[in-house]
Each structure stands twice: as structure tokens, then as C-alpha cells.
Design a protein around this ligand. Structure first.
Ligand SMILES: [Zn+2]
Length: 195
């Protein structure tokens, strides 16, 4: 294994459907090919999923651990990541701001761990996720990905929630895929009207 000279926090951000998780897995896979022990944390948002292995495009399996997203996250992640060189975190926006995920991950960076995090940039009202914002401030390196606007094909940086072909702004945290959301560019994004 190539020794890790310095820790690093890498954040991959962008709207939904911009390939954040794929990029995260690619980066983790590179580290595994370099012989580094790698672990992936996923948020506990859907109890149907249990701990499992994620198999990357190239067929490398890595352990994926479901983590609490509240104040219990700190102890849990520190404990589970012992003995690992590289730590991935998927869908980091779901961690509660009270978890102070950015502080915890920076602690690990100072222990010379390589941390790769994917995080949604904005919610459906074009507002920042507090956890994502703090991670971006703490990052050593940031990848900003774009998607393709569902309306016009321009680069999309925002996520619109759709119901019956209409833009909606209810239930900001709502797990779903292209049945509920679509990527939009600045021109096609319909803004939330604050009353
Ligand atoms: Zn557009």
C-alpha cells in the first residue's frame, strides 16, 4: 500500500442525477486498487436497507455501513472506521446539522485518513443544506458536478420536485428518484415563492 502522507477531505456536490454516487465509488475504487482499506457509510433514512456490500462498476465489493444521522453519528463512525485508511460517505446532506458531520470527518482527516463525501448541493426550494455547506467549507478539494436539464438539455445545477407534471415544494426531505425529481437549469427551474 502507498502510505498516506496527508489526510484530505474531498466533497463531490451537485444536483440530483449528476452522478455523485458513481463518482464517489470511482474515487473509492482507485483507493482500493492502491491497496487501501476502504469503508463506505450511508445515511439511515430508510430502514429497509441493512448493512451490505456495494459492488462498484468494476466489480470491487466494499463494505457499506448504515450510519445514524443524529448526534449518535460521531461515536458510530469513529468506532466503525477504525483500521480503515479511506472513508466514503454517501448522501451526506441527510446527516442532521446536530451531528456535526464536518467536524467529525475533519478529525479523521487530521489522523491522515482520506475522506470522500457525496452531498446534494441544494434542496427543492433552492436552499442550502446546512450539512453540505459546512462540508464544503471544510473541504480540501471539491468536485462540482452538473446534470442535464430535463426541460432543455442545458447543464443543470438545481433539483426540481415534480408531481403530476407540476412543480411542488412540499416535503423537502423525501427520498425518491426520477419519479419525484428532475434536474433543471437556471432558466427552467421554477422558484419557490416566499409568502
Ligand atoms: Zn433548462
Amino acid at each position: 500500500m502507498r502510505k498516506i502522507d496527508t489526510g484530505k477531505l474531498v466533497v463531490i456536490t451537485g444536483p440530483m442525477f449528476s452522478g455523485k454516487t458513481s463518482r464517489l465509488l470511482e474515487l473509492l475504487e482507485r483507493e482500493m486498487r492502491a491497496g487501501r482499506k476502504t469503508i463506505l457509510f450511508k445515511p439511515e433514512i430508510d430502514k429497509r436497507y441493512s448493512n451490505a456490500h456495494v459492488v462498484t462498476h468494476k466489480g470491487i465489493a466494499l463494505p457499506a455501513i448504515i450510519s445514524p444521522i443524529d448526534s449518535k453519528a460521531r461515536k458510530f463512525i469513529l468506532e466503525k472506521s477504525k483500521g480503515f485508511d479511506v472513508i466514503g460517505v454517501d448522501e451526506a446532506q441527510f446527516w442532521d446539522p446536530k451531528s456535526n458531520l464536518h467536524n467529525l470527518l475533519e478529525e479523521l482527516v487530521f489522523l491522515k485518513k482520506l475522506i470522500y463525501v457525496s452531498a446534494l448541493n441544494k434542496n427543492i426550494k433552492n436552499e442550502a443544506f446546512e450539512t453540505t455547506s459546512k462540508l464544503l467549507s471544510s473541504a480540501d478539494e471539491i468536485y462540482t458536478l452538473t446534470s442535464v436539464c430535463a426541460k432543455c438539455g442545458n447543464d443543470a445545477t438545481l433539483t426540481q420536485k415534480i408531481r403530476n407534471n407540476k412543480e411542488v415544494f412540499k416535503k423537502v426531505i423525501d427520498v425518491g428518484g426520477n419519479d419525484k425529481y428532475e434536474p433543471r437549469c437556471r432558466n427552467c427551474y421554477v422558484q419557490y415563492r416566499h409568502k
